[in-house]
Ligand binder design. Structure first.
Ligand code: UT7
Length: 330
């Protein structure tokens, strides 16, 4: 149905801090080595936010400013900003409203979505509903995480994995067949104990003891998450392809969450989808949680063409996972 109104990504911009944390740097901090990190994860370096006083909202604001410059949209023309993050500036208020303030989006309101590494999928589909319903004209969706603020640099199981970044997209209505065609979002709260930050919320408010027990950092049961991540991404991508009568040949790009190169390879193999058509930048940025999908789209922007079938997929804490099928709009 070419005349149907769909929400389309009409611009994208990413922002990463300048400071690089390489595998060689990490070798000096914890008992690890470049060979282990590269062969087990595919990561060579990640970016770490070191600007004094800066937090997630500052990275998000930089990504949005770049997006507005590229698309020619003025801050006052944005209706809504949704920020997907697990590292909001504060427990409250939400980071999205802070971003509105920092970029001068006087006519917008904002809210955050916490779906961990699936945050960008959840935020994109949420933002899309306002556009499809024609409630709002211009919705900005940002995936932003300052993982270095919740990573324990004494824990080699996690500190080698994560990095800091932000990526923002503009969502607008299109009636030419492009835009978001379909999506599947899933959750299973029983997975919450396998990937989480224990303390700091209402269940375990911060105390001297929670700090001493190092409970204000990311914990993950890596092996278990690995298995569910492959299953979750493969099943939702397969389902979205099946119900849209697509074969893997019809898909130009799969954009997977960047958590581990071995997970990305496993997803590509299970789907019988050539790895050359899978967007990958994990070697440069590591796992930037809600930012990975947007960062990939930003880096591959020039390689996409109008009408390309693209499938985004992610798996993360919660557990949360899903897939979005869209036709690139420009
Ligand atoms: O983004 C949200 C979703 N997250 C994911 O999808 C991540 C999923 N999980 C993973 O990517 C992988 O499980 C990890 C990269 C986290 C770990 O890889 P693994 O192959 O599952 O390793 P492991 O946890 O089973 O550890 C194997 C060994 C252990 O030593 P022993 O017990 O066999 O002696 C670890 O202590 O590797 C050791 N190890 C390390 N060695 C050197 C763990 N981390 C390191 C390290 N350097 N950084």
């Amino acid at each position: 149905m070419p005349n149907k109104t769909r929400a389309a990504i009409t611009g994208i911009h990413g922002w990463v801090p300048d400071t690089k944390l390489t595998n060689a740097n990490l070798e000096k901090i914890v008992d690890t080595n470049d060979e282990w990190i590269t062969s087990r994860t595919g990561i060579k370096e990640r970016r770490i936010l070191r600007t004094p006083g800066w937090a997630t909202s500052d990275m998000a604001a930089e990504a949005v400013k770049g997006l507005l410059e590229k698309t020619g949209v003025k801050p006052g023309e944005i209706d809504l900003i949704i920020v997907a993050t697990v590292t909001g500036d504060m427990v409250f208020p939400d980071t999205a409203n802070t971003v509105c303030d920092k970029i001068g989006a006087k006519n917008a309101f904002g809210f955050d979505i916490n779906a961990a590494c699936s945050g960008f999928l959840f935020a994109l589909t949420t933002g899309a509903q306002f556009v499809v319903n024609e409630t709002y004209k211009r919705v900005v969706v940002v995936g932003a995480d300052m993982m270095s603020s919740i990573v324990d640099y004494q824990d080699r199981n996690t500190c080698v994995l994560f990095g800091d970044a932000a990526a923002a997209v503009l969502l607008e209505a299109r009636r030419d067949g492009t835009g978001i065609q379909d999506f599947i979002l899933r959750g299973d709260g029983s997975g919450r104990e396998h990937l989480f930050m224990k303390a700091g919320g209402s269940k375990f408010p911060p105390t001297a003891e929670t700090v001493a027990r190092r409970e204000h950092f990311v914990y993950q049961d890596g092996k278990r998450v690995f298995k569910y991540a492959v299953e979750g991404m493969v099943s939702t991508v397969s389902e979205v392809l099946r119900r849209n009568h697509l074969t893997t040949d019809d898909v130009r790009w799969i954009v997977p969450h960047q958590a581990n190169m071995r997970i990305i390879n496993a997803v590509s193999e299970h789907l019988h989808f050539p790895i050359e058509k899978v967007m990958v930048n994990i070697h440069k940025y590591g796992n930037t949680t809600a930012a990975t999908l947007g960062l990939c789209l930003w880096e591959y922007e020039k390689q996409m063409e109008k009408g390309d079938n693209i499938v985004l997929t992610a798996f993360g804490g919660g557990f949360t996972w899903g897939a979005i099928y869209l036709k690139w709009a420009y």
